[in-house]
Design a binder for this molecule. Structure first.
Ligand SMILES: CC(C)[C@H](C(=O)O)[C@@H](O)C(=O)O
Ligand code: SF4
Length: 467
């Protein structure tokens, strides 16, 4: 057989058949659900009297609506409590494994599945959540789906899908000090655009990704969707296997050996042909911050807010909208802009290594007067591990709040919200208008280290100055 990419191989392995529409009926190996997009799907099953076909292949947790301070039940927010109860009820009724608050393994869905070893190379993974692309870090084909597709997976364990093209995004070299996986993906999206990946799967290749830890790879794949790609992946390697070994759901004993052999075989062939190839050098990437209202409106920290003349015609209208909404002028520096709130967390940057890196900069420093800074671990395990290392103390001593796990202010479907037109320095992945809970709130996306720099200085700052 001719040379193939990982995407082609995994797709072919999971193809059940070709539908009359020309779409592929694809088997979904792992289905993840949370409280926001599953209730209607379960309701649709009930209406039709259908069962969940393979309950073992669906795993649930609760993340978006959970308060990160007072988690006592019933939740103060009545709607949140209702969503919580609906998920509890559906999981019980259909015999679905549910990692509830206090289970020790609850957290943001894209944090817990890898942590539990549920996410594995060569799988097809679906979840009613756009950032499902995160799981591609393991060499899985993982994508977000809508509620009616959640129903389809529950009822049939398959989806009707059209095949994607594959773009190889190669980044080579060692990242400069103070530059992180988050900066790499913000740089890629800034260059290729938020729609650049439409119709594509992104394969992240090259020595920069090879040198990254699994958590860094997850940060990159998490935001593939923000670049318009349906999914993003990294070919599995020793780093992947090392991460997975011994985890709750990872294969054991002889099965492990067999799995590693198979995982290795699904890597893209050396001579695989891609629909497109784009190449970057790690050395050219600087700490990156978004100034606008899409994740593609980013600049290096030492650059100025771009002028309309400097951008292609097609980007000018959204730039005008962004200057207005963000109260920023073209040509002005972003560095030095006062911030009100500093948020470290989310499925992009709420993992242990993110908190470790942030704590390195926070140690012995103080959050600036008038700034509200808080850290929200991505899962109960992350929280526990961080506390075992004393990271919570470092943050607390520096004046950060230390919270319970959840999506928190990434999306603000819970009590963590911006007020008025506050500006937030955020380690999350979306800076859309009103994203963080206030219709006039402003979000600047950056790495967790850069969020600490902003918290300490009280303004957008270059983390390299804290090195
Ligand atoms: C609530 C959920 C459906 C949504 C998503 O699909 O991504 C959320 O997680 C987000 O980040 O905007
Ligand atoms: S942390 Fe943010 S991006 Fe991730 S699933 Fe939650 S709301 Fe979505």
């Amino acid at each position: 057989m001719s040379a193939r990419t990982l995407f082609d191989k995994v797709w072919d392995y999971h193809t059940v058949g070709i539908l009359p529409s020309g779409q592929t009926q694809l088997l979904i190996g792992l289905h993840l659900i949370h409280e926001v997009t599953s209730p209607q799907a379960f309701a649709m099953l009930r209406e039709r009297g259908l069962k969940v076909l393979y309950p073992d292949r669906t795993v649930a947790t609760v993340d978006h609506i959970v308060p990160t301070d007072n988690q006592a039940r019933p939740f103060v927010d009545v709607l949140a409590e209702e969503m919580m109860q609906a998920l509890e009820k559906s999981c019980k009724e259909h015999n679905i494994r549910f990692y509830n608050i206090g289970s020790g393994s609850q957290g943001i869905v894209h944090v817990i599945a890898p942590e539990l070893g549920l996410t594995q190379p060569g799988m097809t993974i679906a979840c009613g959540d756009s950032h499902t692309s995160t799981h591609g870090a393991f060499g899985a084909i993982a994508f977000g789906i809508g509620t009616s597709q959640v129903r389809d997976v529950l009822a049939s364990q398959t989806l009707a899908l059209s095949k994607l093209k594959v773009r190889k995004i190669e980044v080579n070299g060692k990242l400069p000090a103070g530059v992180y996986a988050k900066d790499v993906i913000l740089h890629i999206i800034r260059t290729l655009g938020v729609k650049g990946g439409v119709g594509y799967a992104y394969e992240f290749a090259g020595t920069t990704f090879e040198q990254m830890s699994m958590e860094e790879r997850m940060t990159v794949c998490n935001m593939a969707i923000e670049g318009g790609a349906r999914c993003g992946y990294v070919n599995p390697d020793e780093v992947t296997f090392e991460y997975l070994k011994g985890r709750d759901f990872a294969p054991k004993g002889e099965d492990w050996e067999k799995a590693v052999e198979w995982w290795t075989s699904i890597r893209s062939d050396e001579d695989a042909v891609y629909d497109d190839v784009v190449t970057f050098e790690a050395a050219e990437i600087a700490p990156t911050v978004t100034w606008g209202i899409t994740p593609g409106q980013g600049i290096a920290i030492n650059e100025v807010v771009p002028t309309p003349e400097s951008m292609p015609e097609s980007e000018r209208a959204i730039a005008q909208e962004a200057y207005h909404y963000m109260h920023l002028s073209p040509g002005a520096p972003l560095q030095g802009t006062k911030v009100d709130v500093c948020f470290i967390g989310s499925c992009t940057n709420g993992r242990l290594s993110d908190l470790r890196e942030a704590a390195k900069y926070a140690r012995g420093k103080r959050v600036a007067e008038g700034v509200k800074a808080f850290v929200v671990p991505g899962s109960e395990r992350v929280k526990q591990e961080a506390e075992a290392e004393g990271l919570d103390k470092i943050f607390l001593e520096a004046g950060f709040e230390w919270r319970e796990p959840g999506c928190s202010m990434c999306l603000a479907m819970n009590p963590d919200k911006l007020q008025g037109n506050q500006i937030s320095a955020s380690s999350s992945n979306r800076n859309f208008k009103g994203r963080q809970g206030s219709s006039t709130g402003r979000t600047l996306l950056m790495s967790p280290a850069m969020v600490v720099a902003a918290a300490v200085k009280g303004e957008v700052a270059d983390v390299r100055e804290l090195l």
